[in-house]
Design a protein around this ligand. Structure first.
Ligand SMILES: Nc1ncnc2c1ncn2[C@@H]1O[C@H](COP(=O)(O)OP(=O)(O)OP(=O)(O)O)[C@@H](O)[C@H]1O
Ligand SMILES: [Mg+2]
Length: 184
C-alpha cells in the first residue's frame, strides 16, 4: 500500500497510530507470515480476518517493536499479543533445565489472568508450548512444580509472580516478551 492508501485504510479502521516509523497495518492473517500450524489454529477459532487493533498491532509486535495498544472491550487485544508471542517462542532456542519463562503476561486480577490463559492455550496447544497460570487461590506447591518442570509462558497476577520468583520457581533470564494487560 502507498502512504495515502495506508492513511485511508487506517481511517477506515478508525485507528490512530503515533510513534516513529510505525510498521504498516495488515489486511489479512496471511499478510502476517504465520506458519501453516498457526493459520490452522486461527481458522479453527473461526477468525476470518484480523480485528482493527490486530491489523495494526500484529505487524508492530511481529517486527519486535514495543507497543501500547488501546482499544475497546471485546476488540481482540488478547490475540494481538498471543499470536506474536507464539511466533517469538518458536524462534528462540529451546529452554534448558531451570530456564523459563520466555513470555510473561501480567494481569491485574485472577479472573483476567485465567481468561488470557484459556485464550492463549487455544493457540499454544498445537505447538506443545507449555503455559502456566500463576495467581492467588491456587496451590503454590503445584505451581512451583509446574514451573520447575519448565514453562514457555506464564500468565500471572503480579503478587503471585513475585512469590514464585522469590521461591526460585522461575527465572527471568530468558524472559524476552512482556505483556501488561489492562495496564491502565
Ligand atoms: N480476528 C478475530 N475474529 C473473530 N473473533 C475474534 C478475533 N480476535 C479475537 N476474537 C474473539 O473476540 C473475543 C474478545 O477478544 P478479547 O478477549 O481479546 O478482547 P479484549 O480486546 O481483550 O477485550 P477486553 O478489553 O474486555 O479485555 C474473544 O472471544 C476472541 O476469541
Ligand atoms: Mg483483554
Amino acid at each position: 500500500m502507498s502512504e495515502p492508501e495506508i492513511a485511508e485504510y487506517q481511517r477506515s479502521l478508525a485507528i490512530r497510530v503515533s510513534g516513529f516509523d510505525a510498521p504498516r497495518p495488515v489486511k489479512t492473517f496471511e499478510d502476517c507470515g504465520f506458519s501453516p500450524e498457526l493459520m490452522c489454529a486461527i481458522a479453527k477459532q473461526a477468525y476470518e480476518k484480523p480485528t482493527a487493533i490486530q491489523c495494526q498491532a500484529l505487524p508492530i509486535v511481529l517486527s519486535g517493536r514495543d507497543i501500547i495498544g488501546i482499544a475497546k472491550t471485546g476488540s481482540g487485544k488478547t490475540a494481538s499479543f498471543v499470536l506474536p508471542l507464539i511466533v517469538h517462542i518458536m524462534d528462540q532456542p529451546e529452554l534448558e533445565k531451570e530456564e523459563g519463562p520466555i513470555g510473561v503476561i501480567c494481569a491485574p486480577t485472577r479472573e483476567l489472568a485465567h481468561q488470557i490463559y484459556l485464550e492463549m492455550k487455544k493457540f499454544a496447544k498445537s505447538y506443545g508450548i507449555r503455559a502456566s497460570a500463576v495467581y492467588g487461590g491456587m496451590s503454590k506447591l503445584d505451581r512451583f512444580k509446574e514451573l520447575k518442570a519448565g514453562c514457555e509462558i506464564v500468565v500471572a497476577t503480579p503478587g503471585r509472580l513475585i512469590d514464585m520468583r522469590k521461591m526460585k520457581a522461575l527465572t527471568m533470564k530468558r524472559a524476552t516478551y512482556l505483556v501488561l494487560d489492562e495496564a491502565d
